[in-house]
Write a protein that binds this ligand. Structure first.
Ligand code: RIB
Length: 300
C-alpha cells in the first residue's frame, strides 16, 4: 500500500463541552448549557481535518480501553483514516478535554492526557513506514516529548510541528522540523519573549528560531509566513465565530494539504486561513472540520 500523504502523531481526546455566556475568571463559577461529548484532541483533529480535505491520512497515538477510546477510534475510521498503528492502552483512561465555549466563540480548555501520555518512542518505531515514509508528518505537544522527538527524527518527509500546548522544546528537536506553526502565545514561549507578540514582533521572533519556515497564526488577523526570503502577512476572511475549537488544527492540516498539492508555502497558508475561518463557523472540534466544498459554502 502507498505510504500516507499525511501522518499525524499525536493526541485523541474526548471533548466534554459546555457553552457559557463567558469563560469563567479564576475563582469564578458560571452556569452553562448541557454537556456534550465530542471527538477531539489536537492530533485526531488534524488527522480528520486532513482526511476531510481529501488527503490519505494515518493517525499514530494511544487511546484508552474505555468508551472514550471507542468513540475516538470510530470517529477516525468513519473518516477513512489509517488506524493500524493507533494503540489501545489497557490500564489508562482515554484523554479528555474539558472545554468551556463562550458566546464570542472563544474557549478555555483543560486536558487530562490519559492514554495520550503513554505514547512512547517505541510506538513510533512500531508504526514504521507510516511515519518514516509519509509525505508530511504533523506533530503537536499533547503526547510525551520523547515520542515527538522520535517521530521528528525518523520522518524522511516534511515535518510540521504545531507546538501546542505551549512548552519549551528540548535542544535538537527543531533541527528535525521543517515548518513550525506556533500561535502568538506559543511563539513567545519558544522565543523566551516577555509581553505581547504582534504582527511586527512576530517576524523578528520567528527569524531568531532555528527553523527555516515559521508560520505564526494570529487568530482573526490571519497568519505570518516567515522564511529566510520573505515575511508575508496573509489576512484571514472576516467571520463571526461560533466556536474556535479545532480551528488551529484544521489550519495545520490545510497547510499540509496545500503542500501535498504542490502549492507554495504562502499559497498553502492562504488556503489554511480559509479552512481555519470556516472551522469557527460550526460548533465542536471534529464536527466542525470542513471539506473543500463546505469551506466555499461556509465563507460564501
Ligand atoms: O485544538 C483543539 C483541541 O485541543 C480540542 O479538541 C481538545 O481536545 C484539545 O486537545
Amino acid at each position: 500500500m502507498a505510504p500516507p500523504e499525511i501522518t499525524v502523531v499525536g493526541s485523541a481526546n474526548l471533548d466534554l463541552v459546555v457553552e457559557v455566556d463567558r469563560v469563567p475568571l479564576v475563582g469564578e463559577t458560571v452556569l452553562g448549557g448541557d454537556l456534550t461529548r465530542i471527538p477531539g484532541g489536537k492530533g485526531a483533529n488534524q488527522a480528520v481535518a486532513a482526511a476531510r480535505l481529501g488527503r490519505r491520512a494515518a493517525m499514530i497515538g494511544r487511546l484508552g480501553a474505555d468508551e472514550g477510546g471507542s468513540i475516538l477510534r470510530a470517529a477516525l475510521e468513519r473518516n477513512d483514516i489509517d488506524t493500524t498503528a493507533l494503540m489501545t492502552t489497557r490500564d489508562t483512561p482515554n484523554g479528555v478535554a474539558m472545554i468551556a465555549v463562550g458566546n464570542d466563540g472563544d474557549n478555555s480548555i483543560v486536558v487530562s492526557p490519559g492514554a495520550n501520555g503513554r505514547v512512547t518512542p517505541a510506538d513510533i518505531l512500531t508504526a514504521g513506514e507510516l511515519v518514516s515514509d509519509a509525505q508530511i508528518v504533523l506533530l503537536q505537544l499533547e503526547i510525551p516529548m520523547a515520542a515527538v522527538e522520535a517521530a521528528a527524527a525518523v520522518a524522511t518527509g516534511t515535518v510540521l510541528l504545531n507546538p501546542a500546548p505551549a512548552a519549551a522544546l528540548p535542544p535538537g528537536l527543531l533541527e528535525h522540523v521543517d515548518i513550525l506553526v506556533p500561535n502568538q502565545t506559543e511563539l513567545a514561549v519558544l522565543a523566551d519573549h516577555d509581553g505581547p507578540v504582534d504582527v511586527e514582533t512576530a517576524t523578528a521572533l520567528a527569524r531568531a528560531l532555528p527553523v527555516e519556515n515559521v508560520i505564526v497564526t494570529l487568530g482573526a488577523a490571519g497568519a505570518m509566513v516567515v522564511t529566510p526570503d520573505e515575511s508575508v502577512h496573509v489576512p484571514a476572511p472576516a467571520v463571526t465565530p461560533v466556536d474556535t475549537t479545532g480551528a488551529g488544527d484544521s489550519f495545520c492540516a490545510a497547510v499540509a494539504d496545500g503542500l501535498v498539492r504542490s502549492l507554495s508555502l504562502v499559497d498553502a497558508v492562504t488556503w489554511a486561513v480559509q479552512v481555519g475561518a470556516a472551522t469557527t463557523l460550526r460548533p465542536g472540534a471534529q464536527p466542525s472540520l470542513p471539506t473543500p466544498t463546505e469551506v466555499a459554502q461556509l465563507l460564501a
